[in-house]
Design a protein around this ligand. Structure first.
Ligand code: NAD
Length: 300
């Protein structure tokens, strides 16, 4: 299939490479020329603008951009995708953005006759490289059916979450819970160690008890608890604190739009904001445990 791919960053580049490996032809665009050159060396064709991508004979266009403002400008701006796209080209935005903007852009696309889905992913850069991402797809049945075979080259679980915007709803709800559970894991681990427990023994107990979750089992925040977690390598790699902060903000904004309280989400968001302010924004979000150790009188 001929596919346009825009946004070749930490996630987009490995996703695009997997599409090439699966035998698809790619036309790519990014404002970062180095990112474009790497894909061209791997066999992709470069385009000079989003409209130029749409101008190639592409059957599907995938975008993987930082935030809603970038997505809006790439789809709706001057030289944007919607100004030039063929009606039968399927559009899929895999960026993590707010459900409202996702619905707004899909609605404009639909009014001009184009199928568009929102399809944010989970699985991180490791999942993007391994081709094991989970896609949370919002859109019509026809949109889902059209993107499914292409997403199979980049992911292992592709779920239709309902109408337009629902992919983003699933993503913000999951990531808000992840942010809360990581702060909870940090709090519980710090308490246990401060009361005299060995971090590894405590993690082992929690992971075979009712407190167990991904944040205790796979990404335990406490140094020494788990040799494979970012905590064991100075909080490098993993999911950046600033990305978590962005997703917590999306959840809180989405909650505001339906007047729903997200009490724990708001508290957790403030923890990541403080962590970022202290200069840890680029570290894995499990570094939130540092806030708790700072609060210990003996710095335990
Ligand atoms: P990134 O910053 O590494 O990459 C974004 C890319 O978009 C960059 O190459 C940038 O040059 C390009 N870009 C920016 N504005 C552009 C424009 N106007 N036109 C074309 N290209 C433009 O970000 P990332 O880590 O790849 O994340 C992309 C999206 O995926 C984000 O919405 C993020 O929240 C989400 N996400 C990230 C992860 C992760 O672990 N990194 C996991 C799941 C979801």
């Amino acid at each position: 299939m001929n596919i346009g791919f825009l946004g070749l960053g930490n996630m987009g580049a490995p996703m695009a490479h997997n599409l090439l490996k699966a035998g698809h032809k790619l036309v790519v665009f990014d404002i970062n020329q180095k990112a474009v050159s790497t894909l061209v060396e791997a066999g992709a064709t470069a385009a000079l603008s989003p409209a130029a991508v749409a101008g190639h004979d592409v059957d599907m266009i995938i975008t993987m951009l930082p935030a809603a403002a970038h997505v809006k400008s790439v789809y709706l701006g001057e030289n944007g995708l919607l100004a030039a796209v063929r009606k039968d080209t399927v559009l899929a935005d895999c960026s993590t953005i707010d459900p409202h903007t996702a619905r707004e852009i899909a609605d404009i696309a639909s009014r001009q006759g184009s199928l568009m889905v929102d399809a944010p992913v989970s699985g991180g850069t490791g999942g993007a490289t391994a081709g094991t991402l989970t896609f949370m797809v919002g859109g019509t049945e026809a949109g889902f059916a059209a993107v499914n075979p292409v997403f199979e080259a980049m992911g292992k679980k592709i779920v239709h979450c309902g109408p337009s915007g629902n992919g983003q709803v699933a993503k913000v709800a999951n990531n808000m819970l992840l942010g809360i559970s990581m702060a909870g894991a940090a709090e519980a681990m710090t308490l246990g160690v401060s009361l005299g427990m060995d971090a590894k023994v405590l993690a082992d107990i929690i992971n075979t008890s009712t407190g167990r979750c991904w944040s205790t089992e796979v990404c335990n925040p406490y140094p020494g608890a788990l040799d494979t977690a970012p905590a064991a390598r100075g909080y490098t790699g993993g999911f950046g604190c600033d990305l978590m902060l962005k997703d917590m903000g999306l959840a809180i904004e989405a909650a505001r739009s339906v007047k729903r309280p997200v009490i724990l989400g708001a508290v957790a968001q403030q923890l990541y904001q403080t962590l970022s302010l202290q200069g840890h924004g680029g570290e894995d979000f499990s570094a939130v445990v540092k806030l708790y150790s700072q609060l210990q009188p003996n710095n335990a």
